[in-house]
Design a protein around this ligand. Structure first.
Ligand SMILES: [Fe+2]
Ligand SMILES: [Fe+2]
Length: 161
């Protein structure tokens, strides 16, 4: 049986993953409205991955006979000040998600639940990748999007994801 605190934290995490998905759909829409279809595509893919993360937690809870409780997703359409801002918000958001995953990991340690720790290992690796990808995107944006030609190149590249 999973500890109640772990079940509660995982249910919170399902909400955070669905919020991430919602956030990235909003960013995709922002770029789509600016006809940057590569950026739009890239963020829609990102949004799908976040929904898959929620699904992994749901599966884990269900398979361990724990109750899944969905809460309202606190997402909304934001006003981004420029093309770069979503990229920095993404990095900060992923860093926050990493800390949330680590908190569940702390609970796994506290209750000596190796099954939970093992399950979370995948997310620890995934978060390193997510942060690295978000950072690299800012870096590529800063080096390429200095003119409209560079921006178009980056947009094309992101469209291939
Ligand atoms: Fe995620
Ligand atoms: Fe993520």
């Amino acid at each position: 049986m999973l500890n109640q605190k772990i079940i509660a934290a995982m249910n919170e995490q399902i909400n955070s993953e669905l919020f991430s998905s919602y956030l990235y759909v909003d960013m995709a829409n922002f770029y789509g409205e600016k006809h940057l279809y590569g950026f739009q595509h890239w963020f829609m893919k990102q949004a799908s991955e976040e929904a898959e993360h929620a699904e992994k937690f749901i599966d884990f809870l269900v398979k361990n006979a724990a109750h899944v409780e969905l809460k309202p997703v606190n997402g909304e359409t934001r006003a981004y000040k420029d093309l770069r801002e979503p990229l920095t918000i993404q990095l900060a958001h992923e860093q926050k998600v990493t800390s949330l995953i680590e908190k569940i990991y702390d609970l796994a340690d506290e209750f000596k639940d190796r099954r939970v720790a093992h399950f979370l290992d995948w997310f620890i690796d995934e978060q390193s990748e997510e942060e690295a990808t978000a950072f690299a995107l800012i870096d590529r944006y800063d080096r390429l999007a200095i003119d409209s030609k560079g921006l178009a190149m980056l947009d094309e590249e992101l469209g291939k994801r």
